[in-house]
Design a protein. Structure first.
Length: 171
């Protein structure tokens, strides 16, 4: 189901899910009519993250590999890190403040072994190609920073979600 003003198309996608063995969520409307209405220039299957997930997702995957997929951004700054699973648009040529700021992952068997916890990270991807994100970057001097840290350099932690709140401080 996608939803926007006066439009809520839906469809049973069980057959598609069973054929692909996964369901990719790309923050892009599944239904073309919603994408057209919202001004998307590309369709659900044409989205850059869709292409990356198609390469990784089918077939068996370990829990750590799933975390790597969700937090995936191996682009260098020259390769435009905006076009990845966990985009960093502030580092690309367009220099606008948009991108992945967190990731959450769970796995049924892992949750059973770990008291129903999930794994989460509050930080954009960082690696040998991408530096830590910081609001101290001069490009963001006029962007209000309302919550969270100035420097995002966090790694994955175990988190319980109880009564609508996280069981521990994530900042």
């Amino acid at each position: 189901m996608d939803s926007t003003i006066n439009r809520t198309p839906y469809k049973d996608v069980t057959d598609e899910f069973e054929a692909k063995k996964y369901w990719g969520g790309y923050n892009t409307p599944y239904f073309k009519e919603i994408g057209d209405f919202l001004g998307y220039e590309y369709g659900y299957e044409d989205e850059e993250r869709s292409k990356i997930i198609k390469e990784w997702a089918p077939g068996p995957m370990r829990f750590d590999a799933l975390k790597s997929l969700i937090w995936f951004n191996n682009r260098t700054i020259e390769e435009n890190p905006c076009g990845s699973i966990a985009p960093w648009c502030d580092l690309g040529p367009s220099k606008y403040a948009f991108g992945a700021v967190d990731a959450k992952v769970t796995w049924t068997s892992w949750r059973k072994q770990n008291n129903q916890k999930i794994q989460a990270v509050l930080s954009p991807t960082f690696n040998e190609n991408l530096p830590y994100f910081t609001f101290n970057n001069p490009d963001f001097i006029n962007i209000p920073q309302l919550l969270g840290p100035i420097l995002f350099n966090k790694t994955w932690i175990d988190v319980e979600f109880l009564n609508g709140t996280f069981s521990q401080e994530v900042f």
